[in-house]
Design a protein around this ligand. Structure first.
Ligand SMILES: Cc1ncc(COP(=O)(O)O)c(C=O)c1O
Length: 408
């Protein structure tokens, strides 16, 4: 049995904090947004972590997500839920990227086939610890699947609302894993409004992105893992497909915590928030020098995961991108699909469209001189490409006819 799942380990959460005002909230309680209507961030006693957990201790453990226990909010080992949250590999894609040091962090290998497993495994473990019995969530697909899987595993009831054009496979996966799944004739924020209404009536707990504080702690492990995989330093640039932005915000938080503990130095990657041209509220706000983004109307893109017209953590995404010296970039659907195809055909790695968006954005950034060809760059492929529609391949062969092998 993996010791990370069964060993009791000390935990160091001190309190939660409003990401806008800094107002403090008690740890070990159920929380939604802060009184200012903004996401809450979990805070730790990092001096205590430094004293208790040398890097070598982390390095000696099995490499899954729960190895980071002292930097996670779950207090009781019995609250842990797991479907095998492995450390995801970094895979070079030299042929399709043209960059010898471009690595894809392939999150498609996680349970339920996406990085949503990181956030939801943590949020469900905390929900279990804090006695939640019923959860609802709006989703573009992958988050709902991860929620359904983990919640069903621990006997928590789930109700999930998806835009009605969510890929069929995602909706079926959510239902198959035990959630009540509803297709809604609206976008994700409109699904979120239904969840919010039900939560206000006390019907369920609202698990929308960043509206509960623990998903971000799970997503933070992407940043922790990167540092460990790079030998306790960080790559030059990170390209992240940005919808709600939890992962980008989480990684930025992870870097900060690791620096305060003394596990890494002060250098940071340039953070590139990648959006689709058909839904690019963060890019628009970035370019206008705004701190908050306006809702994007008429949102459309093949990359369903980043079709998020309004992100509640917009200011946190924008802050991280600006502080890092990175940029918010939009790429069109044709460039996204071309990147997916090139990577599959030339490097043998099937990206999801959102992952394709990061490759397309990398190409644009390289052309514009925002990154150099030799730079060590990480692109996030957040879900397995197998969940998404692929071009038809319908050539047939009659085994009973004469086969012209020269034409095959
Ligand atoms: C495959 C994929 N990529 C990216 C995202 C966006 O993630 P975030 O909300 O952290 O910005 C999602 C979210 O649904 C997704 O499913």
């Amino acid at each position: 049995m993996n010791p990370n799942l069964i060993a009791d380990r000390p935990t160091f959460v001190t309190h939660l904090e409003c990401s806008l005002t800094g107002e403090r909230y008690a740890a070990d309680r159920l929380h939604g947004l802060s009184r200012a209507g903004k996401p809450l961030l979990v805070r730790y006693d990092l001096d205590m972590v430094r004293a208790a957990v040398p890097r070598a201790t982390i390095a000696a453990r099995p490499t899954d997500l729960w190895r980071w226990r002292e930097l996670l909010p779950v207090r009781r080992t019995s609250s842990i839920v797991s479907l095998g949250e492995i450390e995801t590999p970094l895979i070079a894609i030299p042929r399709s990227s043209g960059g010898p040091n471009v690595l894809v962090k392939d999150e498609g290998r996680l349970p339920t086939g996406s990085f949503k497993a990181r956030g939801l495994v943590m949020a469900v473990a905390m929900a279990r610890e804090l006695g939640v019995t019923r959860i609802a969530m709006p989703t573009n697909g992958n988050a709902g699947a991860a929620l359904a899987a983990y919640a069903s595993r621990v006997g928590i009831e789930t109700i999930v609302f998806c835009p009605d054009d969510t890929p069929e496979i995602n909706v079926r996966e959510i239902a198959m894993q035990g959630a009540r799944a509803y297709r809604v004739n609206g976008l994700i924020d409109e699904c979120g409004a239904i969840v919010g209404k039900g939560a206000a009536e006390g019907r369920w707990f609202d698990f929308s992105t960043l509206k509960e504080p623990y998903r971000i702690e799970g997503k933070k492990t992407m940043g922790l893992e990167l540092a460990a995989q790079f030998g306790w330093r960080l790559p030059r640039a990170i390209f992240y497909p940005t919808g709600g932005g939890t992962g980008l915000i989480g990684m930025w938080k992870a870097f900060d915590e690791m620096e305060q503990i003394g596990w890494i130095g002060a250098e940071r990657p340039k953070m590139f928030a990648v959006q689709a041209s058909g839904c690019a509220p963060i890019v628009k706000a970035f370019e206008a020098g705004e701190e908050h983004a306006e809702r994007w109307t008429d949102a459309h893109t093949v990359a369903a995961g980043i079709r998020v017209p309004r992100a509640i953590g917009d200011f946190l995404i924008l802050r991280a991108v600006r502080e890092s010296g990175g940029k918010a970039l939009a790429v069109g659907d044709p460039a996204i699909l071309k990147a997916v195809e090139d990577c599959a055909r030339r490097d043998g790695l099937l990206l999801c469209p959102e992952g394709g968006a990061t490759l397309a954005a990398y190409r644009a950034a390289l052309a514009d001189g925002l990154v150099d060809e030799e730079d060590e760059v990480v692109l996030f492929n957040c879900a397995t490409g197998l969940k998404y529609p692929m071009p038809e391949a319908n050539q047939a062969l009659d085994k009973n006819a004469v086969i012209d092998f020269g034409t095959l």
